[in-house]
Design a binder for this molecule. Structure first.
Ligand SMILES: Cc1cc2nc3c(=O)[nH]c(=O)nc-3n(C[C@H](O)[C@H](O)[C@H](O)COP(=O)(O)OP(=O)(O)OC[C@H]3O[C@@H](n4cnc5c(N)ncnc54)[C@H](O)[C@@H]3O)c2cc1C
Length: 383
């Protein structure tokens, strides 16, 4: 089996770039919408066949076993080429959960099915009334014989309409003294009478996420991952390494490249006010990239990231939003055009970039919550 970590960073980057450029469908690069499963199937099959489904998993479980340095290069190349996140919650979230906390039987059953995309997963955490304050969640699971019976509602569940399975946080002990206690982690099939999925249309007109209603839904006892009532600690442990990726500079860098091309085509640089604002955005992108490199170096040295990493997400998403707003302004009366605008014979879809930027300050922990973390843990400000 190939040991990717033995390659030089430059060789690895070249290999990744070659693979992505050859195999990732051109039609899905920088896609304006989050692609659905039927669009992604051929690509997922190629990923699986090449052994590239799970970059961060250990090689003994079918992953690429990449160290943090190599992983950052892979994600960097994916974002550069506009590879969609697609339906990655099995590989990114359930797989690591089962790897860390699952029994051997759970690993043997679930990991190969996640790798081959035989199972497609959605994340059932958020509920009406339990978003930023997730520990408020009220969906209940009660053990009846060998099955959990689940009642409640999840919301904002990305691509639930395409998922074969859901992993969710549920309340298993409503009498626990603290709300963070008494929460467990369950896996369940989506195709059962107790589960109803209702897609929600976004501002962009896409059905990207859904409401999921659980009405006496059932799952066997062996689909409890980790200890009963210890789900909260597990959910938090899983988030630690992810925090740098959500703050990667690519979102803003790609938008800046798009803005520059668009503004040149439109002659917007003749306006000194636009030039000023463009320069400010470009400097923000550069500053952010420099800071990201500092955190990435920490990871490469094997260090754990501190709470200060929250700054990356705040900065990149707000810069991303400012850039897409500038793009709308530079388009003048065409700023509200749905679909691509033709600039020098190249189609640029500015409105979908604008729409993509809107929720980025909400998902992955809203920016207000990230600022609270910075205020408390880094600046040590009072409550
Ligand atoms: C595109 C997208 C995809 C998503 N996909 C999923 C998914 O697949 N699965 C899933 O479970 N969830 C998903 N979510 C939900 C996401 O995790 C929540 O939207 C997020 O946690 C915020 O929760 P909320 O929407 O309930 O807002 P609330 O928590 O109600 O917050 C509302 C506003 O109040 C602010 N606020 C809240 N508390 C504080 C505080 N203490 N101090 C200061 N300000 C505060 C927030 O920042 C926000 O501006 C997705 C969201 C988006 C936008």
């Amino acid at each position: 089996m190939k040991n990717w970590n033995d390659m030089s960073d430059a060789d690895f980057r070249q290999e990744v770039r070659r693979f992505l450029e050859t195999e990732y469908p051109a039609t899905l690069r920088h896609a304006a919408h989050r692609p659905r499963i039927h669009e992604l199937r051929p690509w997922l099959q190629k990923l699986h066949a090449a052994g590239w489904s799970a970059p961060a998993w250990p090689a003994e479980y079918g992953g690429m076993g990449l160290n943090p340095a190599k992983l950052l290069i892979l994600y960097d190349e994916e974002q550069r080429l506009g590879v969609s996140r697609g339906v990655d919650m099995g590989v990114q979230m359930v797989g690591p959960l089962v790897l860390h906390f699952g029994t051997q039987a759970q690993k043997d059953h679930w990991l190969p099915r996640i790798l081959s995309y035989e199972t497609i997963w959605c994340q059932g955490y958020s509920e009406p009334g339990a978003g930023s304050d997730l520990a408020n969640l009220r969906t209940q699971a009660v053990l009846e014989g060998d099955e959990f019976v689940i009642n409640g509602q999840k919301i904002w569940t990305t691509m639930a309409q395409d998922a074969t399975h859901i992993f969710m946080l549920v309340r298993t002990d409503p009498n626990a003294p603290k709300k963070q206690q008494g929460i467990s982690f369950l896996l369940a099939r989506m195709d059962q009478p107790g589960i109803t999925v209702r897609p929600i249309k976004t501002l962009a007109g896409e059905e990207e996420f859904c409401e999921v209603f659980l009405d006496n839904a059932r799952t066997p006892r062996e689909n409890l991952v980790g200890e009963m009532n210890k789900g909260w600690t597990m959910a938090k442990a899983l988030l630690s390494f992810e925090r740098i990726f959500i703050g990667s500079p690519n979102l803003a860098q790609n938008a800046l490249i798009q803005l520059e091309g668009f503004a040149r085509g439109r002659g917007a640089f003749e306006d000194p006010v636009f030039r000023d604002r463009f320069a400010q955005a470009a400097l923000d992108v550069e500053d952010h990239a420099a800071l990201y490199t500092r955190f990435a170096d920490q990871l490469k040295r094997g260090e754990t990231l501190g709470s200060d990493v929250s700054i990356l997400k705040v900065w990149v998403t707000e810069t991303f939003q400012r850039i897409t707003e500038l793009m709308i302004e530079a388009a003048g009366p065409d700023g509200g055009t749905v679909g691509p605008l033709q600039i020098n014979n190249v189609g640029v879809d500015i409105l979908s970039s604008f729409y993509k930027a809107r929720p980025s300050t909400i998902y992955g922990g809203s920016n207000e919550i990230q600022r609270n973390i910075l205020a408390k843990a880094v600046l040590e400000l009072p409550e």
